[in-house]
Design a protein around this ligand. Structure first.
Ligand code: DGP
Length: 141
């Protein structure tokens, strides 16, 4: 474990070899292992070895490698497990049960029963869509 690791963090404990996990990919900066409570078998979690909590906390220098590994895992669930595709997601703070950045790669196949994670959908009111877009554009400038 590096100096920036959090000793109470279960993913840091996996990275530090103190908690067992089924590792599927290991690089100098990243680790990917099977989720112990998979949505479907083969559900992988990708984590940076450095303890950062959420995606916005990931240093710029780590972004490329992180996304490249996510691409490799998305291909691996197809090539290795026969999935037709995957669902790739990150919970940031809300619904994030482990406060160490982790990207889910869930193998998907048509008819697997998962319907868009059963996300509720809402409707914009009149003019509201433009207002939301403007607020986001302002935050992005
Ligand atoms: P999230 O809800 O996005 O924070 O996902 C956290 C995931 O981490 C959840 O699907 C279960 C998984 N998980 C929690 N503890 C452990 C563990 O000790 N080992 C492994 N392999 N996965 C874990």
């Amino acid at each position: 474990m590096g100096d920036d690791s959090d000793k109470r963090c279960v993913f840091c404990a996996i990275i530090g070899d103190e908690v067992e996990a089924e590792i599927v990919l290991a690089t100098d900066d990243l680790l990917a292992f099977l989720d112990v409570r998979p949505v479907f078998k083969g559900h992988v979690l990708l984590v940076p070895r450095s303890h950062v909590e959420t995606l916005p906390d990931l240093p710029a220098a780590s972004r490329d490698g992180f996304l490249a590994a996510a691409q490799r895992l998305a291909m691996a669930v197809k090539d290795g497990l026969g999935a037709q595709g995957s669902f790739v997601a990150i919970n940031n703070t809300v619904s994030q049960s482990v406060p160490h950045l982790h990207l889910h790669v869930v193998p998907r196949t048509k008819g697997d029963g998962l319907r868009g994670f059963f996300w509720p959908r809402v409707k914009y009111g009149p003019d509201e869509m433009g207002q939301y877009a403007a607020r986001l554009r302002a935050a992005l400038t």
